[in-house]
Design a protein around this ligand. Structure first.
Ligand code: PLP
Length: 404
């Protein structure tokens, strides 16, 4: 009997594994072959999870907290999240307005899966975190991508939003500070967008505040519901412990939003994963309730690296780099190297040719702008040690100087 070849569902046929993960896999394969590759691809802090958080996890195991928990978060964790929203954002959520999932990625998936009918539109400013549009498509929605280049500070403007809204618009998805650009919306940046949303009551707002704790130069982080409480009835505010507490592998994300949406998200979760990891939830209670002062020190360290990356890249002919307000990414323009030729005689036609050249010639892995929906750019994640970062930047400068 002939084996039938596998045919993926048409919904996912054009969607690959996250491009950031693909580049990481390629760079790691080169490393295994002996190439001295420096990876500036993944958005993963090089710090360790705080000791008090690790101790809380060990204590939870010793107490036998290794069973299923409440479906979308333990009451202890939901209380810690409610207290965090109150303390840091000035927003009140009751426990039934809070949900916990296996990472913020799963929160996004649950939310779109629970709310999108085929053909519903989701407005996403570009550049965007690679998974946004793929998740929307997997859930049967239509990503409506709005280009927001460096000239507009990588931020969506009110007139662009107004133009993009149709009767099919279900969500607008904003991410501040942003992965990949590091751009952040101040209260003044948010206000005109909020005005537009107040006029279009069928449109819901999803905000991804994942990088809230990593901001520079006194930038004042604010979340939209804190600016305009009337938006609370149709906003999902997403956050998580991955980046701020260096807990990417613990897989805990959370969100606050209207009860009916939170309930519908639990339906998806109950069929997809059941509860998030019990031990990680106990650890996250400690992350949110425990000492927070170390976050300032981490900001200072990231700022130092940001300044190094921005000044070095801006000194390279053909590259321009805007100083980001937050997160640990720069999204640099590489329009000036398009049309140039590498020492091996290959013409650089697109940003992905440039990032291929950097990987093959300089052994530095970065991600092309095309992976985030905006070209010609490339993203550097500077959540890596300063020594490695300095060496990677030296190699990038040298590789650029060899282009003709
Ligand atoms: N949102 C943004 C903007 C991110 O950059 C990431 C991870 O890179 C996530 C969400 C997902 O985070 P988590 O590790 O909680 O799934």
């Amino acid at each position: 009997i002939d084996a039938m070849s596998f045919r993926p569902a048409s919904r996912i046929a054009s969607i690959g594994v996250s491009k950031i993960l693909q580049i990481g896999a390629r760079a790691n394969a080169m490393k295994r072959e002996g190439f001295p590759v420096i990876i500036l691809g993944a958005g993963e802090p090089d710090f360790d999870t705080p000791d008090n958080v690790k101790e809380a996890a060990k204590a939870a195991i010793d107490r036998g907290e290794t069973k299923y928990t409440a479906l979308d978060g333990t009451p202890e964790l939901k209380k810690a999240i409610a207290a965090k929203f109150q303390r840091e954002n000035g927003v009140d959520y009751t426990l039934d307005e809070i949900t916990v999932a296996t990472g913020a990625k799963q929160i996004l998936f649950n939310a779109f899966m629970a709310s999108i009918d085929p053909g519903d539109e989701v407005i996403i400013p570009t550049p965007y975190w690679t998974s946004y549009s793929d998740i929307v498509e997997i859930c049967g929605g239509v990503p409506v991508l709005i280009p927001c280049d460096a000239e507009v500070g990588f931020r969506l403007r009110a007139d662009q939003l107004e133009k993009a809204i149709t009767p099919r618009t279900r969500w607008v998805l904003l991410n501040s500070p942003s992965n990949p650009s590091g751009a952040a919306y101040s209260e003044a940046d948010y206000r005109p967008l909020i005005e537009v949303l107040l006029h279009h009551r069928h449109v819901w707002l999803m905000v991804d505040d994942m990088y809230e704790h990593i901001v520079y130069d006194g930038f004042k982080f604010v979340t939209p519901v804190a600016i305009e409480p009337r938006l609370k009835e149709r906003t999902l505010t997403i956050n998580g412990v991955s980046k701020a507490y260096a807990m990417t592998g613990w897989r805990i994300g959370y969100a606050g939003g209207p009860k009916a949406l939170i309930k519908a998200m639990a339906v998806i979760q109950s069929q997809a994963t059941s509860c998030p990891c019990s031990v990680s939830q106990a650890a996250s209670v400690e992350a949110l309730n425990g000492p927070q002062d170390f976050l300032k020190g981490r900001q200072a360290s990231f700022k130092h690296r940001r300044d190094l990356v921005v000044s070095t890249l801006n000194a390279i002919p053909g590259i321009t780099c805007r100083a980001p307000e937050g997160a640990f990414y720069t999204f640099a323009g590489c329009g000036g190297v398009i049309g140039k030729t590498t020492p091996k005689g290959k013409r650089i036609e697109a940003d992905s040719d440039f990032t291929d050249y950097l990987l093959e010639d300089a052994h530095v892995a970065v991600v092309p702008g095309s992976a985030f929906g905006l070209s010609p750019y490339f993203r550097i994640s500077y959540a890596t040690s300063e020594t490695e970062l300095a060496e990677a930047l030296r190699r990038i400068s040298e590789a650029c100087s060899k282009l003709q």
